[in-house]
Design a protein around this ligand. Structure first.
Ligand code: NAD
Length: 257
């Protein structure tokens, strides 16, 4: 089915690669006018050229960048129907090795970025008449993992900010739904870096590390950005008009155990 997002304007952050690029592609294929945003300007321009969407330089931690993005959307599109807060960073090391600077950097991207995005775009979202915000959390926002205190905390915050905003917007009768997606292991540059680390420290074997990662998952598979993109398209579409405040887990059964 194509055209599920026809006539909708979608801003996707962290769209230069990985899950964000997958979501941008899938939303464009469903007819959305996609703005692929990233602090990696060359990366989002390359994607934009490839799939015929708009590219926008945006560091989600910058209030000024968000204000400029809102001015651009107001002038070029008038309103915003879909905001996907996907940009995120990860840090894997024991809590005692987290510096305060590490902690603040990670929270700035994963938590402040979402707050700034939602606050800056609220009026443009409301102006669309039927908006959807999709926040990319993680299974790490549902259960704890070792050596990921900052990341776990930030993704738990994304889960809860989602519910808080869903209820705030509904209580003010603003036409903005808000849901989170919780990916499991999805093969992207972020996970590739993590897997290299697991191989280096000997927690998975070097010969076929991806088979080892897959074997940890009940469906014996590693997900792809498309798996997450399909969930994001659903939540962004009018098919999900009665869906707000939920956590959509897409993880091959990882947290069902
Ligand atoms: N890959 C996984 O297995 C997995 C699992 C659960 C959750 N997630 C979440 O999914 C999201 C995307 O992850 P991914 O695996 O595609 O990561 P990735 O590192 O491959 O891509 C992340 C993108 O975000 C951009 N980005 C980082 N900081 C930014 C900033 N300050 N402003 C704007 N853009 C910024 C990067 O330039 C990059 O293009 C993240 O929020 C991540 O926490 C990923």
């Amino acid at each position: 089915m194509a055209g599920r997002l026809a006539d909708k304007v979608a801003l996707v952050t962290g769209a230069a690669q990985g899950i964000g690029a997958g979501i941008a592609r899938a939303m464009a294929a469903e007819g959305a006018r996609v703005i692929a945003a990233d602090r990696n300007v060359a990366g989002c321009e390359a994607l934009a050229d490839e799939i015929g969407v708009e590219a926008l330089g945006l560091d989600v931690t910058s209030e000024d960048d968000w204000a400029a993005a809102a001015r651009h959307i107001a002038a070029s599109h008038g309103s915003l129907s879909i905001l996907v807060n996907n940009a995120g960073v990860e840090l894997v090391k024991p809590m005692t090795e987290h510096s305060l600077a590490d902690w603040r950097w990670l929270m700035a991207v994963n938590v402040d970025g979402l707050f700034l995005g939602c606050r800056t775009m609220q009026s443009l979202l409301a102006a669309s008449g039927a908006a959807s915000v999709v926040n990319i959390s993680s299974i790490a926002g549902l259960v704890g993992y070792p050596d990921q205190l900052a990341y776990n905390t930030s993704k738990g915050a994304v889960r809860h900010m989602t519910k808080s905003l869903a209820i705030e917007w509904a209580s003010h009768a603003l036409p903005i739904r808000c849901n989170s997606i919780h990916p499991g292991c999805i093969r992207t540059p972020m996970l590739e870096m993590a897997v290299e680390g697991w191989v280096r420290e000997g927690s998975i074997p070097p010969d076929d590390p991806w088979a080892a990662v897959a074997s940890l998952c009940p469906l014996n598979a590693v997900g792809s950005p498309d798996d997450i993109a399909m969930g994001a398209v659903y939540l962004a579409s009018d098919e999900a008009r009665f869906v707000t405040g939920i956590e959509l887990v897409i993880d091959g059964g990882w947290v069902a155990r």
